[in-house]
Design a protein around this ligand. Structure first.
Ligand code: UDX
Length: 441
C-alpha cells in the first residue's frame, strides 16, 4: 500500500486523540491519525472487535485496513481499550464515531451518541474538543454540548465522507475536510489534524457542517435514482442505458461518476440519511419532494427488476428457482445493511420464487436473519443448478467473467439478468443465453 510510505509519523506537533467507536468511521479515523504521528486511544465496547484489532486483524472487510492497522500497532501510537471514560482522560481531541442507526419515523437514533456523552462527560480534560464524526441531525452539536454540560469543553462537527470498500484510500485522500463549530479557531485546529491529507478545509458553523453530510449523501441518491429511472425508460423504449450513460457522462456538468444504473442504492448511509433528511425537513415544516421521489424511485427500480426477472423466468415466479449472485450492498464489503440484493430477493420470494444465493462474503452456514429462507451456496455453479434465471445483484469481480457454457449445462433454462451491467451480454448470448441487463435487453 503506497500510502503507508508517505507521511509516516510526519506530524510536527503530535496531539493526544481519543476515538470512541471502532466501526466503519472510527477505525479509519484512529488509524489515519496515529499513522500521521498522533497518539491515539481507540475505545470499543465490543470484545470481539477489540481483541481482533489488538491481534492486528481487521473486524471488517476493508481493502488495506489490516496492513495499516499492523503498521500503526508497531509504532505503539495506537492503544485499543474498552472503556470510553478511560480513553478520554488525557485526550485533547475526542472523536465520537458511534453508530446512529435509523430510528422511528426516519429520524436518526442518537442513543449511542447520548450514551457516549454520558460515559465521558466527567472525564474530559478542561479545554478538550469533542468532535462529532457520526452522521447526526442538524442541532446535534448543541445537543452534545448540553449532554456534556461542560463549559470548558468545545464541541464541533466533522462529517465523514468515506465509502465502504475504499475507506482507507478515501480517508488518506479525501476530497475535502469539513469542520463546523461556533468557535472558528477551534474548528480550524481540528481541521489541522487532517492537514497531511492535503484536502481543502471547509470551516463552517455547526449546523451547516451537519447539513453538508446529508446534502452530499442525498445529492448522490438523486443522481442514482435519476439514472435508474432513465434505465427503466430505456427498457420501455428499447433504448440502451449503458450507451445513454456514455452519451450524457462526457458532459462535465453531469460526469460519469455515480452514474451506473443498478439494483438501487443501499448500504448503511444513503437510505438512512435520505429518510433522515426528509424527517429533518418535516420537523421544521419543510418538504423536499425531490428526496422523497428519489426514495420512491429506488423502490420502483427494485420492483422493476423483479418484473424483468419474472418475464425472463417465463411469466411467473411461482415455484421458479432464481440463482442470486451477490448479497452485499455493493462489492468489496461484507456489509448487507439495506442491501438492494436482499430487498429484491425478498420480493422474489414473496412472488413464490425459491432463491439459491452465492456471495463470496456469506458462508453457506450463515444463519443471520436477513439471509434466512435463502439457500446459501459455495459457488456460482452450485447456486445456478436447476435455476431458471441467473441474477447478478452485486458487482463482485468474479461475476464479470462467467463460464456460460458450464452454467448452461446445470441451469433449468439459459437466462441471465445482469443487475449491475458488468457482463458482456454478447458472450452470454453466444452460449445461447437470453441475456438482459439494467436498461438493456
Ligand atoms: C456513501 C457515500 O458515498 C459516502 O460518501 C458516505 O460517507 C457514506 O455513504 P457507501 O455507503 O460506502 O458510501 O456506498 P457508495 O459507494 O456511495 O454506494 C452507495 C450505493 O449506491 C450502493 O448500493 C452502490 O451499489 C450504489 N451505486 C453507487 C450505484 O448503484 N451506482 C453507482 O454508480 C454508484
Amino acid at each position: 500500500m503506497a500510502i503507508l510510505g508517505e507521511h509516516k509519523g510526519a506530524v510536527e506537533h503530535p496531539r493526544r486523540v481519543a476515538v470512541i467507536g471502532a466501526g466503519y468511521v472510527g477505525i479509519p479515523t484512529a488509524l489515519l491519525l496515529s499513522h500521521f504521528g498522533h497518539q491515539v486511544v481507540l475505545a470499543e465496547r465490543d470484545d470481539y472487535r477489540r481483541s481482533t484489532m489488538q491481534d492486528g486483524r481487521s473486524p471488517i472487510i476493508e481493502e488495506d485496513l489490516e496492513e495499516l492497522l499492523r503498521s500503526v500497532l508497531e509504532t505503539q501510537r495506537l492503544r485499543i481499550i474498552g472503556d470510553a471514560a478511560e480513553a478520554v482522560v488525557d485526550a485533547e481531541f475526542v472523536f465520537l464515531c458511534v453508530n446512529t442507526p435509523m430510528g422511528i419515523d426516519g429520524h436518526a437514533d442518537l442513543s449511542f451518541i447520548d450514551g457516549a456523552c454520558e460515559q465521558i462527560k466527567d472525564h474530559l480534560m478542561p479545554g478538550a474538543v469533542v468532535i462529532n464524526k457520526s452522521t447526526v441531525p442538524v442541532g446535534t452539536t448543541i445537543r452534545v454540548a448540553a449532554a456534556l454540560g461542560r463549559s470548558d469543553v468545545a464541541v464541533v462537527s466533522n462529517p465523514e465522507f468515506l465509502r465502504e470498500g475504499t475507506a482507507v484510500r478515501d480517508s488518506f485522500g479525501p476530497d475535502r475536510t469539513v469542520v463546523g463549530g461556533d468557535d472558528l479557531e477551534v474548528a480550524a485546529t481540528v481541521g489541522g489534524l487532517f492537514a497531511l491529507t492535503g484536502a481543502p478545509l471547509v470551516v463552517t458553523d455547526a449546523a451547516t457542517a451537519e447539513l453538508i453530510k446529508y446534502a452530499a449523501n442525498t445529492f448522490l441518491t438523486t443522481k442514482l435514482s435519476f439514472i435508474n429511472a432513465m434505465s427503466q425508460l430505456c427498457d420501455a423504449l428499447g433504448a440502451n442505458a449503458v450507451d445513454l450513460v456514455r452519451g450524457i457522462g462526457h458532459d462535465p456538468r453531469i460526469g460519469f461518476s455515480f452514474l451506473n444504473p443498478g439494483p438501487g442504492w443501499g448500504g448503511p448511509c444513503l437510505p438512512k440519511d435520505s429518510h433522515a433528511l426528509v424527517a429533518i425537513a418535516e420537523s421544521v415544516g419543510e418538504q423536499i419532494p425531490l428526496i422523497s421521489a428519489a426514495i420512491e424511485t429506488n423502490s420502483r427500480q427494485q420492483r422493476h427488476i423483479v418484473q424483468r426477472v419474472q418475464e425472463l423466468a417465463g411469466g411467473s415466479l411461482a415455484g421458479a428457482r432464481i440463482a442470486v449472485l451477490g448479497l452485499t450492498f455493493k462489492a468489496n464489503t461484507g456489509d448487507r445493511r439495506d442491501s438492494p440484493a436482499l430487498v429484491i430477493t425478498k420480493l422474489l420470494r414473496d412472488a413464490g420464487a425459491e432463491i439459491t444465493a452465492y456471495d463470496p462474503t456469506v458462508p453457506v452456514d450463515a444463519s443471520d436473519d436477513d439471509v434466512k429462507g435463502l439457500t446459501l451456496c459455495a459457488s456460482v455453479l452450485e447456486a445456478a443448478r436447476d435455476a431458471r434465471v441467473l441474477l447478478i445483484l452485486t458487482e463482485w469481480n468474479e461475476f464479470r467473467e462467467l463460464d456460460f457454457d458450464a452454467l448452461g449445462g446445470v441451469m433449468a433454462q439459459r437466462a441471465v439478468f445482469d443487475g449491475r451491467n458488468i457482463l458482456d451480454l454478447d458472450t452470454a448470448r453466444s452460449a445461447h443465453f437470453v441475456a438482459w441487463g439494467i436498461g438493456r435487453s
